[in-house]
Design a protein around this ligand. Structure first.
Ligand code: ATP
Ligand code: MG
Length: 298
């Protein structure tokens, strides 16, 4: 187990944003696979299987100990592989200990509240892993790229100033620090796919009948805003990558690689909690011994 944790740390480290203020998205290659080649893919899949087993073990302790919680946030352009990454990385964990929530366009009720409201309702309980498939970060992404969404938010006009994004970053940082101080670790993943790979995946969705359902015309619409999105992502990461709640910018042109890195980062996060199974009291141990004796007699 120690060996797996050590490897996981090493794998995840290069993709963790540590120097936020100088972060540039351009420096990260969506096709990066470290020194692994495509012929290493079977190897990587094996490593992922081992990682998933380790993750399941850590999650079991997280659940039993019932003190810490973990919030995983996934953000990406369409077709970057959020859904399948979540599916694969979490495939070994006990479903009772995981809560996944996908945030879509806000409802009328959501818009009657502050923007964190709908997300706060979905935060994980202690002992659980909560997964946000999209999140309050959309408030600095889609809402920034399309000002008409901001206009729908019913904010008092005096509060909508040129500082609004800065304000939001600050509020998000404070909110995340608050969660961390309450025992909820946070790891954030930006699945960084290239525009070229997105085109390839959209074509697959159009051409393959079993993937048709995944395609929506609005995905094509958003593709036109690629550059403003990249700027928004970069600014978001620069302003919200903190020691407490780090961003991982994960190359996403090769799904097998993306999954390995995410699994590694999650293992690292859980391993940093010093998890253990709760110790039972002296009294309870006596009770267990008595039960054992009684069972063996029959
Ligand atoms: P995904 O695109 O995440 O795989 P999906 O295609 O099943 O999921 P969609 O109906 O496309 O679901 O819902 C996600 C859409 O909701 C995205 O385009 C996203 O930008 C939008 N969205 C999420 N949060 C907000 C928000 N706060 N304001 C406006 N739009 C939002
Ligand atoms: Mg979509």
């Amino acid at each position: 187990m120690d060996e797996i944790i050590k490897t996981a740390r090493q794998l995840a480290k290069p993709f963790r944003v540590t120097d936020a203020s100088s972060f540039r998205l351009k420096d990260i290659d969506p096709g990066d696979t470290l020194d692994l080649k495509s012929e290493d893919k079977p190897h990587a899949q094996e490593a992922l299987a081992i990682g998933i087993e380790a993750l399941a073990h850590l999650q079991d302790m997280l659940y039993a100990q019932d003190r810490w919680g973990l919030l995983l946030i996934f953000q990406a352009m369409d077709a970057a592989g959020k859904d399948s990454a979540i599916k694969h990385v979490m495939s070994g964990v006990n479903p009772q200990g995981v809560e996944v929530y996908s945030f879509k366009s806000p409802s009328a009720e959501d818009l009657d509240h502050d923007y964190l409201w709908r997300c706060i309702k979905r935060l994980p309980e202690r002992g659980r892993i909560g997964i946000f498939n999209r999140s309050y970060y959309e408030e600095t992404l889609v809402v920034r790229v399309h000002p008409e969404f901001l206009a729908q938010q019913k904010l008092p006009p005096d509060l909508v100033t040129k500082n609004i994004w800065k304000d939001r970053f600050q509020d998000i940082r404070s909110f995340e620090r608050y969660l961390v101080r309450n025992g909820f670790a946070i790891r954030k993943f930006f699945l960084h796919v290239s525009k070229k790979e997105q085109k390839k995946r959209f074509l697959e969705r159009v051409e393959n009948p079993s993937k048709n359902w995944k395609f929506s015309a609005s995905d094509m619409e958003e593709r036109k805003f690629w550059d403003p999105y990249m700027e928004a992502y970069e600014d978001m990461i620069r302003n919200t990558a903190t020691e407490d709640a780090p961003w991982f910018v994960v190359p996403a042109d090769n799904k097998w690689f993306t999954r390995v890195i995410i699994a590694a980062a999650v293992i690292d996060a859980l391993a940093s909690m010093n998890l253990s199974y709760p110790m039972v009291s002296e009294e309870k141990l006596k009770e267990l011994a008595a039960v054992k004796e009684a069972l063996l007699k029959k």
